[in-house]
Design a protein around this ligand. Sequence first.
Ligand code: CU
Length: 185
Amino acid sequence: MKHILILALALLATLPAQAQNAPSSTLSVDQVWARATPGGAKTGAVYLTVVNGTASDDKIVGASTPAAREAQLHTMIDDNGVMKMRELKSIDVKAGATVTLKPGGMHVMLLGLTKPLKPGDSFSLTLEFEKGGKKELTVAVTKAGAMGMGNMGGTGNMPGMGNMDNMPGHDMGSMGGHGMGGKQN
Ligand SMILES: [Cu+2]
């Protein structure tokens, strides 16, 4: 009897420990949002935050959405003081890293919007990871000029970010030569 009791106690002692050791090995995507687009704009940008809680390096290798003809991975580069967008083949998300796509930096570019993005709307976006596979996301549309999800509810405004509304190069109305075939009249 004594052995059985000890065995039972030992089992009880190990159970909670095992539960705590369960790794939170997930790849998650949060704060998925896009700015509302003005009238006839055919392009938009999606911003999001990827948290790689796994032990392996991963990368975003593609995106697609029913809301646009094409979705590309973009970054912005400073070309002699002029901000320009450049397509990326992939976006690295190292093990344990948090990568944020935000205005002025990396984004998922939407080309050929099927309809304007209106504040309060949402649409689906599929983000594809090299190892993590496809993630189905819901993109929340915020008002034009918003800097983040926080602007939707009036909380969490980001102080110190400055006003980048008028940043050259990301004005959706003046994106000549942006892989759109060149002619936008
Ligand atoms: Cu872009």
